[in-house]
Design a protein around this ligand. Structure first.
Ligand SMILES: *Cc1c(COP(=O)(O)O)cnc(C)c1O
Length: 389
């Protein structure tokens, strides 16, 4: 009774006893995972296209409605291999508003990433900007389904077809999401997923390429295994991009609780939206609930002129209460090395990227976040914006 009174009379901003991070893993069932690991020990088959990797590939292909799914060691290598298998060279158009691996996967192999701007509303590649960046050296486009919200896939496909360019999607955020009722994974020449521990669905480290192109799938399978086609027979240049059995065991286990994770993510997402509704200058990234979504990313744009507090200051306040909000994607690939030195004036062509990388923040979500925590986080943000009301 007394405690309640105290709270209502003199509210204190809640602080979490331990740091609450963005991207804590969504773990599957421990016993199911350990049972799979037990079987793996019995088989003594740890990697090289083992039964767990094959089962995972099959399940994923089925779930996404795509002919081929090739499991790989991570999404960065998957992007590198896909770009190479598609014969990309010269210049490839990418957004700067993405995780730096999208650009690195190209630069790493001597392909120049050319940054196009994003659509202010969807935060994904702006087709008009893509079109402006095309030169005679351009061979492809990589779109990123940022936050799991699909790119302008029809417009990008139209450009790719008309200009004879390959089209890849970095779908690292978009596992379990759909566009026009079709699962992400079926668009462009190929799509690349990340199953990193911080992603919605994880295999510790891991990734996959999905495609309906038989020839491309075969090339990627060769490339991820040193170009081996059977014993002693190397027919292609390759690297080591294989997924291990223990990673596939984690993936198969996490798949079993995917619906539950989505349910928790959606519940948290709705609590955040509700808890922060009506705050001046705070704009949520909203999901189209008519489509399939993973609801993994809780993202807000902070308009300082209206909110009276900058994104950076708000993130600082959250950190001081142990809520480890993140500035995504800050500062944008074009302001990171080596791209900043290569293209010192690129920011002039990227006004929406510049603005969003200064105003977007991401909040904790996933199975380790409960509604009580969401409520407290909303309270911290409300106070930061409205003052000590
Ligand atoms: C996480 C991520 C990657 C890299 O994935 P890894 O599996 O860690 O290599 C690439 N692109 C985007 C957009 C990402 O979020």
């Amino acid at each position: 009774m007394k405690e309640e009174e105290k709270i209502s009379v003199s509210p204190v901003t809640p602080t979490f006893p331990e740091k609450l991070h963005v991207g804590r893993p969504n773990l599957g069932d421990r016993d199911r995972f350990l049972a799979r690991v037990g079987d793996m020990f019995d088989r003594n088959w740890l990697t090289n296209n083992g039964p767990l990797v094959q089962e995972l590939e099959q399940k994923l292909a089925e779930m996404l409605g795509v002919r081929h799914c090739i499991a790989l060691c991570n999404a960065t290598i998957a992007l590198e291999i896909t770009a190479r298998a598609l014969g990309l060279h010269g210049e490839v158009i990418v957004p700067s508003f993405t995780f730096v691996a999208t650009a690195h996967s190209l630069q790493w192999q001597g392909i120049t990433p050319v940054f196009a701007d994003i659509d202010r509303k969807t935060q994904t590649l702006d087709p008009a900007s893509v079109e402006r960046m095309i030169t005679p050296r351009t061979t492809g486009i990589i779109g990123v389904h940022v936050w799991g919200r699909p790119c302008h896939v029809e417009a990008l496909q139209e450009i790719a077809d008309r200009r004879n360019l390959k089209l890849i999607y970095d779908a690292a955020h978009a596992f379990g999401c759909s566009h026009g009722g079709k699962m992400i994974g079926r668009f462009g020449n190929a799509e690349v997923f990340s199953f990193h521990a911080t992603k919605f669905f994880n295999t510790f480290e891991g990734g996959a390429v999905t495609t309906n192109d038989d020839e491309l799938a075969e090339k990627i399978r060769l490339m991820k295994n040193f170009g081996f086609s059977g014993y002693d027979n190397v027919i292609y240049i390759g690297t080591n991009g294989k997924m291990t059995e223990i990673c596939a065991a984690m993936g198969l286990t996490c798949l079993e609780s995917l619906d539950n994770v989505i349910e928790i993510n959606r519940r948290n997402y709705r609590s955040y939206i509700q808890g922060l509704a009506g705050l001046p200058g705070l704009h949520p990234v909203v999901y189209d609930e008519a489509e399939k979504c993973n609801f993994q990313y809780i993202v807000f744009e902070v308009d300082e002129a209206v909110a009276g507090i900058s994104r950076d200051k708000l993130v600082e306040v959250l950190h001081s209460h142990n809520v480890m909000a993140r500035r995504y994607f800050y500062p944008g690939c074009h302001r990171m090395e080596p791209y900043r030195s290569y293209f010192p004036h690129s920011h002039l062509l990227l006004p929406n990227t510049e603005r969003l990388s200064e105003t977007v923040m991401s909040l904790p979500n996933g199975t380790s976040v409960g509604v009580t925590e969401v409520g407290k986080i909303c309270q911290i943000i409300r106070r930061a914006i409205l003052g000590n009301v």
